[in-house]
Design a protein around this ligand. Sequence first.
Ligand code: HEM
Length: 284
Amino acid sequence: MKQPWNDYGGRLSPLKLAVFIALFAPALWVMVAFPLGWLGARPTNEAIHQIGLWALRLIFIALAITPLRAVLQWQRLILVRRMVGVAAFSYAITHLLLYAASEAFDLVKVASEIVLRIYLTIGFAALLGLSALAATSTDGMVRRLGRRWQMLHRLVYLIALLAVIHYWMQSKLEIWEPTIMAGIYVWLMGYRLLARRLAVRGRLPLAWIGALGLVVGVLTAAGEALYFRLAYGADPGRVIEANWSLILGLRPAVVVLGLGLLVTLAGLLRPLIGAPAKGRPRFA
Ligand code: HEM
C-alpha cells in the first residue's frame, strides 16, 4: 500500500512527512486539552469551534497551494495538496460528530436543526461537497475520472464559499477572523481569474499579484464597513478609519493587505534563492 509520506517513486518525501504530522497537531491539541479542562466552561462547544475552524483553514491552505507553487516556483508543493484536502474533510466530519455529541447523539434533533437553521444547512451543503471530493481523491478515482476529476474538484471553490458563509453567520459580533477569511477567499479566487487570462508560462506577473493584494485589501475594508453599517448602523467612515490605528489591533483589511504583499515580496525574493527544481509532479 502507498504510504502517505512517500512520493510517486515510493521514496520518503520529507515535505509530505512534515505536512502529514502537522495535520494531526490541531486535533491532538483538542484531544489533550479536552480532558485536562483547558477548553473552558463549555469544552464540547469549544472543540466544535476549534475543529470547524481548522476544517476551514485547511481548505484555504489547499486552495493557496496553486498560487504559492507558482509564485515560489516550488513545484513539489503540489505533492501535499490532496493530503491537506482530505484532512480538511476529516476535520469537517469530526466537527459534525462533535456537534452530534453536544446534542447527546439525538440524530433526529441534529437533522431537524440542520434543516431549520440556515447556517447549519449551508455547513451541511459544504460537508456534502467535501465528502464528494474526499471520495474521489484516490489514485484510482483520479485515473478513472480523467478530465472530469478536475471539473469535479473545482467544486472546492463553492465549498470554500459556503464554509465562509457558515462561519460568518454564526459569528455574530466577533467577525475579525471571518472577515479575514472572506478577504483571503476573494484573493484566492481573484488570483485564479487573473492567472487564467494573464499568466505567462503558468505564472501571473508579480505586478498583478501586488495589484491584487491592494485591491483585495481595499475590498476587505469596504466589506467590513458595509457589514457594520447594515448590521449595527455604524458609521462606515469610522470603521474604515480604524484601519489606520492600532487601538483595535490589526484590522482584517490590514491583515489581508499584508498577506497579499507578503506573497508579492516572496515572489520578488524568490530568484535570490536560485533556480527552481526541474520536474513537475502532477498531483499526489
Ligand atoms: C453538517 C455540517 C455542519 C454542522 C452541523 C456544523 C455545526 C456548527 C456549529 C453548531 C457551530 C457553532 C455555532 C455556535 O456556537 O453558535 C459551527 C461553527 C463553525 N463551523 Fe460548522 N458545521 C457544519 C459544517 C461545517 C463545515 C463543512 C465547515 C468548514 C469546512 C465548518 C466550519 C465552521 C467554523 C469555521 C465555525 C466557527 C468556529 C469559530 O467560531 O471559532 N462547519 N458549526
